[in-house]
Design a binder for this molecule. Structure first.
Ligand code: FES
Length: 201
């Protein structure tokens, strides 16, 4: 009887051990499956994020292109010809800077008539300043100096400043035409080398 009981206890122990092993195997199996699922989901997450990121970038670029198209690249170029008021508006001896900012032109009235100087230094193209107290144009870039006629007399400028056409329109106003340029050569008084640049009024 005691032998029979011992056998039953052994059997029970063996049974319990087998269950523990089966449970351990089952646990390992579940953990493996869980790990596999996690790997699969993390790959899905990665591709999902990648596609959303791509979509975001595409949308942003499209939006920027749309906004850019609302502001077309237009370069404002002032017209070549402009009206400059009546001759009587200009005192004799004056260098008018009224149209320098917009059209880069000085209008000069001398006893010989009117002429319009293109305000571009013949050295490297800077815009000189008219210094009324010194009766000359002075280039701020490298110091070239020009007389009132545009003739260069100091600094690196190689020749006088050019002039543009000035005439009187049908309504009696001065008309400056920048498409007609009187190019000045070195060493000659601008009034003498291009007398047609002078409007005698
Ligand atoms: S650009 Fe005028 S002096 Fe050089």
């Amino acid at each position: 009887m005691a032998k029979e009981k011992a056998a039953t206890a052994e059997e029970l122990n063996a049974l319990a051990e087998r269950r523990r092993q089966e449970q351990a195997v089952e646990r390992q199996k579940r953990e493996r499956e869980k790990a596999q699922r996690a790997g699969l989901w993390s790959r899905r997450d990665f591709f999902g994020r990648l596609s959303w990121g791509g979509f975001g970038v595409f949308s942003l670029v499209s939006l920027l292109a749309f906004i850019r198209s609302a502001f077309p690249r237009v370069l404002f170029v002032p017209p070549a010809t402009f009206k400059a008021g009546f001759p009587a508006d200009y005192p004799v001896g004056e260098v008018s800077e009224k149209y320098k900012t917009e059209f880069r032109v000085w209008i000069v009235r001398e006893p010989v008539g009117f002429y319009a100087i293109f305000a571009k230094c013949t050295h490297l193209g800077c815009t000189p300043r008219w210094l009324a107290s010194e009766n000359k144009y002075k280039c701020p870039c490298h110091g070239s100096g020009y007389y009132k006629t545009g003739y260069n007399f100091e600094g690196p400028a190689p020749r006088p400043m050019d002039r543009v056409k000035i005439a009187v329109g049908e309504d009696g106003q001065l008309v400056v035409d920048k498409s007609v340029l009187f190019r000045m050569q070195p060493g000659v008084d601008p009034n003498k080398q291009h007398p047609e640049s002078i409007l005698k009024v």
